[in-house]
Design a protein around this ligand. Sequence first.
Ligand code: GDP
Ligand code: MG
Length: 597
Amino acid sequence: TELSRIRNFSIVAHIDHGKSTLADRLIQSTGTVADRDMKEQLLDSMDIERERGITIKANTVRIDYKAKDGHQYVLNLIDTPGHVDFAYEVSRSMRAVEGSLLVVDASQGVEAQTLANVYQALDAGHEIVPVLNKIDLPAAEPDRVKAQIEDVIGLDAQDAVLISAKSGLGIPDVLEAIVTRLPAPKGDRSAALKAMLVDSWYDPYLGVVVMVRVMDGVLRKGDRIRMMQTNAVYPIDKLAVLRPQMVDIEELGPGEIGVFTAQIKQVRDTRVGDTITHERKGATEALPGFKPAQPVVFCGLFPVDAADFEDLRDAIEKLALNDASFSFEMETSAALGFGFRCGFLGLLHLEVIRDRLEREYNIDLITTAPSVVYHLYMKDGEVKDLHNPADMPDLTYVDHLEEPRIKATIMVPDEYLGDILKLCQDRRGIQLDLSYAGSRAMVVYDLPLNEVVFDFYDRLKSVTKGYASFDYTITGYREDNLVKMSILVNDEPVDALSMMVHRDRAEMRGRAMVEKLKDLIPRHMFKIPIQAAIGGKVIARETLSALRKDVTAKCYGGDATRKRKLLDKQKAGKKKMRQFGKVDIPQEAFISALKMD
Ligand code: GDP
Ligand code: MG
């Protein structure tokens, strides 16, 4: 395809402002997908994405569009995730395209992730077309939101396109704006091949699938290609574009986006950000690579059934291929046996990976307390990274600890401002800034990441009834008075529940934990003390009283099938438990105990 007839773009927006719905309309109105095959949020292909209504993986679709100028255009759309945990996916797909549609809900206005995402698009050098969505809603205020886009983002919003992605109103204007207002890609067809590896994933039928954006040169079926970082060579055996399902194609020229398979066996050979060139007469200089994503939250994942360990390893390796921001290494725990210590971009990312392992790979998992990465300064001068509170050495060898801090930007309607300030204060936050954008306050806080990873986002949503938005960046490390808190169940430490806490908050945290655990651990035939301790000192204690009656006593009478059903249920429930000494702890306990109310 002629460069001047190609437009590559992404859609950026705050979550729920209507990216996926707009993508659906663009796909549908151009006849890319037949009406009978159309379903809502077509590009959100993972079950979890559909259930939670959020986009996690960036997805791509190639659209043919005949513009008003009479020419036929190829539009490549990359739908991006909007949640703060997936900012890395966003920055990656931004590099593969030249422009962005900035979707803002006309009844809500600019939110924290609108800002974060649009700045990423601007950093990537994008041309941006503002699109005001949901103008069908009575609460829509397009003029106010236009002014806000100009004030807060500093983007000309005079010619913003007004649409309702839901009803289809304004969709033809969006298509014309893509063609007339976004730039065509640049590239040299006769130069040596340079293609950027944008994404790769594992397909059960095709094996490793690689998505590329060609910058220069031409990629053809049958070509022998070389990955410049790893120097591995492969013959291309399938070359396709996504509509959104794969449709084979003979070649991809400059500016085009597509996928290939090449019998790639080694998961590690596809590095996102790598440059792909031809084996012979290839490019000598690689494209600038991507910044590797830094996992900020770590936790242990262990199979409930030790026999599932190899399956878990296999599943984790496959998921890691699909998600460059997820890291893992083997871990052993006294209580939980063999498992993996995994790194994530945030708590939602963690939950999504855990869900996918359980659902797509059918493995029951125990998740240990999430922890951030601490810098440990030893008395002998050594500096170490601490990913796991269980590895915390004896305090007599430790000089001091540093923890990661973040700069959090929160946008919130005026009436909830007080609650937000209190929440941030309670989490050891330091206020940096407070300003107003219309009737919404924008507060900036310096916060310890440790206080944010567990449930900050949930709390933020609940105290503001979902009206606050939140975004953060990690700013650096700072010393503080942090200690390791251990949890003892029936006098035995459960290493998987130990956590790092601030000294001043340890008692409060410890008390909350033991109270929660008391509710989460089923009663046994004997009394079970549940304690929180720092070093040898117990700071909180609860006792779970002994069970008096036999539970199966409930199923008296003659209904044998009902009895069998109950017993089966108990068996299934048992499988999800883990024995600690003589005590069974259900897997929910490991994550629920950490959430504070
Ligand atoms: P995303 O998170 O940005 O991908 O947002 P979605 O496309 O999933 O949309 C979020 C919600 O807003 C869904 O319930 C949509 O049905 C709804 N929605 C999207 N566009 C419109 C619109 O133009 N008008 C109205 N009233 N609702 C819309
Ligand atoms: Mg979406």
